[in-house]
Design a binder for this molecule. Structure first.
Ligand code: BDR
Ligand code: CA
Length: 320
């Protein structure tokens, strides 16, 4: 049976790539797209979600979420990476019909997981604000959710420690307080962070070939990725991009693509290391320990890049 997911996202170029992937996979049932600020404003991210949902007949319910972080000052949209309105040079039409559920995202998450206890996986690929709000609104949600899979964080594996600061990944940096609440709650979280997404790569050639062989969907992925590749080429010096948000979807579809490491995770919530994520990986006793009383979470530390790229390829081609 297909895995039911609520997809929490800030589209976002790689978010768009991930949404198409989730839509294409036969073993994923994307019930809803809940939106969050991040790569764009909440208005832009919600408009982009509605646009993608309609354009590709995804059939998901779109639900608007938080417009800013819980405690910290807003960081602001990542215009330099995702463009003025989140989808690079592709613009969602301003006059499109916006069909959204009237509930805020965190209320929707609570009600849907109560209606389907133990069946729904929350997949979150933006700042974790909506999930933290859901925990505050409905503490029982930890018992009703099947699992939480997030794209975010960095633990320094293979030298991958940060992308927005030397030690922080962007989604966690946007709302570190929310992330700390999500990681320390009594539900199982799988963290797909830079440790693995910086080990995966869509080359320029891969995306050209997808455009040539995957019809309208391939063309769209190519169009939307132009701005992203320009950023990578100018700032990182490579022809291609890392596979961030689609990797969280890949985990849900086929966890065997990843190796994981268990241990409680905390987030630094102020100071120069704000947004840094730290996992306790040993069983030692410490006199001062704000990790061990929390549940052990799973951090992805290895990925089979070629198999992941093939899964993405085959899935997108199935939509063509
Ligand atoms: C994450 O930050 C955003 O820019 C991307 O959409 C992804 O979710 C990568 O650090
Ligand atoms: Ca994202």
């Amino acid at each position: 049976m297909a895995e039911k997911i609520i997809f929490d996202t800030d589209p976002g170029i790689d978010d768009a790539m991930a949404l198409l992937f989730a839509h294409a996979l036969p073993n994923i049932d994307m019930m809803a797209i809940t939106t969050v600020y991040g790569n764009g404003t909440i208005e832009d991210c919600t408009r982009n979600a509605c646009f993608l949902n309609d354009k590709f007949n995804m059939g998901a319910t779109v639900v608007r979420g938080a417009e800013g972080p819980i405690t910290r000052d807003p960081v602001g949209p990542t215009v330099v990476v995702h463009g003025e309105h989140g989808l690079g040079t592709v613009e969602a039409p301003a006059d499109q019909p916006i069909n959204i559920d009237p509930r805020p995202a965190h209320v929707y998450m609570s009600e849907m997981t109560r209606a389907h206890p133990g069946e729904i996986t929350l997949v979150a690929v933006g700042p974790l604000t909506n999930l933290a709000l859901a925990l505050e609104y409905d503490p029982e949600i930890v018992n009703n959710v099947k699992e939480v899979v997030i794209m975010g964080a960095a633990f320094g594996e293979q030298g991958h420690s940060g992308n927005i600061s030397p030690v922080a990944e962007a989604n966690i940096y946007d709302d570190p307080h929310a992330a700390d609440q999500v990681f320390t709650a009594d539900w199982h979280v799988v963290i797909v962070g830079l440790d693995v997404t910086h080990q995966t790569f869509f080359t320029g050639e891969y995306l050209d070939k997808l455009r040539d062989e995957a019809g309208d969907v391939g063309q769209f992925i190519w169009d939307v990725s132009r701005f992203y590749l320009k950023f990578y080429s100018e700032r990182v010096g490579v022809n291609g991009c890392h596979v961030h948000d689609p990797s969280a979807v890949a985990y849900v579809a086929d966890p065997s693509l990843f190796t994981t490491r268990k241990g409680p995770v905390r987030v630094v919530t102020d100071g120069p290391a704000i947004g840094m994520t730290i996992q306790k990986t040993d069983d030692k006793f410490y006199h001062h320990d704000q990790w061990s009383s929390n549940r052990a979470q799973s951090v992805c530390v290895g990925v089979e890049n070629e198999r992941l790229l093939k899964l993405y390829w085959d899935s997108i081609l199935s939509l063509a």
